[in-house]
Design a protein around this ligand. Structure first.
Ligand code: MG
Length: 383
């Protein structure tokens, strides 16, 4: 059995792990450690999934839309008594839905793979099933990474050699609202050391003034393509720099490539791509157009491609931000495993909802704090 496991790990360059961390126990569904026969490689994986609706604490408005709920699909991959958890989140503007995600997942036949450690093979197969469907693919990727970490009884950041002490602060997002509501939300967010403010709704200066009447913490600004004139945008970016802003995300329409390159070349603040950017193949196109990229697992098809994006962006001397959709602690904790590698994190999606089914990454003194639990580092909350 052990020699078989070593063979699987050696293919990943992880043979030393088999010696350093002998697999003497596995993690039960509730996250507790329990004795288990470590028979890796001879079983079958099975995927199950169900729709779930996230309830938002406040109506959330950004340039372009407003909502009180977000549909997600929650998935589990079972393998020899161990469960890996995954999640797809589908805010409406991304074009995926619970129906499309479940239709995609119903085509995923993991039973054909005997070895869950063959992430490259399995995820290439999942990617090949159809174009798009990025959140659906992320759902499988996250569950598979969680499963592999649990089989090795280690959190992913440890398997990847990432120092959990280097996690960044996370921002907390203030949506577009009236000045009075913005003040209330800003006061409620007092435990966060940085705030992300959504602009582009026509009341930008009032929004910032309302935040600044309450706090002087650093700000991230996200315009969600809400500005149209590059000269006004540059004027606004200069004003935002004076207000203690660190960067501006997607100020102009993603199609306005020349205007964005002009703005980035003149801007006193980094200009970050979000809506313009989806997967690994997009990164090189943005050199000179943006200062950096906002990686989200629901766009990148999961952790495996997100890691590669960070590497490519660094090679191109670009800034990296890790963001999220409205998600439970499942997908947010998965993204947080990579967060020590990025410049800025906006991983607050789980904090905006009232019915999170999991616990995992926490925010302590404004800083993302990873759990020691294996895989993506989550447990199911007690019902
Ligand atoms: Mg954004």
């Amino acid at each position: 059995m052990k020699s078989g496991r070593r063979a699987f790990l050696s293919g990943l360059g992880l043979a030393s792990l088999a010696t350093a961390f002998p697999l003497t126990r596995c993690t039960a569904k509730d996250g507790s450690a329990s004795p288990a026969p470590a028979r890796i490689g001879n079983g079958n994986m099975s995927l199950s999934f169900r729709p779930y609706e996230l309830q938002l604490e406040h109506t959330f408005t950004v340039a372009g839309n407003s909502r009180n709920t977000t549909p997600v699909v929650l998935a589990e991959i079972q393998y020899e008594g161990v469960t890996g958890y995954g999640e797809a989140s589908m805010p409406p503007y991304l074009g995926e839905s619970q129906q499309s995600v479940m239709a995609f997942l119903s085509k995923v036949k993991l039973e054909q793979f005997k070895d869950p450690f063959l992430l490259d093979d399995i995820l290439a197969y999942v990617d090949s099933l159809d174009e798009g469907n990025r959140a659906a693919k992320a759902c499988v990727d996250i569950a598979l990474h969680d499963l592999v970490g649990k089989l090795l009884d280690k959190p992913l950041h440890k398997l990847w050699g990432i120092n959990p002490a280097n996690t960044p602060m996370t921002s907390f997002t203030i949506g577009i609202d009236t000045p009075e509501m913005v003040k209330t939300k800003t006061k409620e967010a007092a435990r966060f050391k940085v705030l992300k403010v959504k602009l582009g709704g026509g009341n930008d200066r009032e929004m910032i003034d309302a935040v600044r009447s309450v706090t002087d913490v650093p700000l991230y600004v996200d315009v969600n393509q809400g500005w149209s004139d590059k000269h006004k945008a540059l004027e606004m970016v200069h004003w935002l720099a004076e207000q203690g802003t660190e960067f501006v995300e997607q100020p102009l329409a993603k199609t306005a490539v020349d205007d964005l390159a002009w703005l980035t070349s003149k801007s006193p603040l980094p200009i970050i791509a979000d809506e313009a950017f989806q997967r690994l193949g997009d990164v090189a196109d943005f050199q000179g157009v943006y200062s950096g990229i906002n990686i989200k697992l629901m766009k990148s098809t999961g952790l495996r491609e997100a890691q590669k994006m960070i590497t490519v962006a660094r090679a191109l001397d670009m800034k990296v931000m890790m963001g999220c959709m409205t998600e439970t602690s499942c997908a947010v904790s998965a993204a947080a495993q990579l967060s020590p590698l990025v410049d800025w994190a906006d991983l607050d999606g789980n904090l905006l909802i009232t019915n999170d089914l999991y616990e995992g990454v926490k925010v302590i003194d404004g800083k993302l704090t990873l759990s020691d639990w294996p895989g993506i580092g989550i447990r199911k909350r007690d019902a």
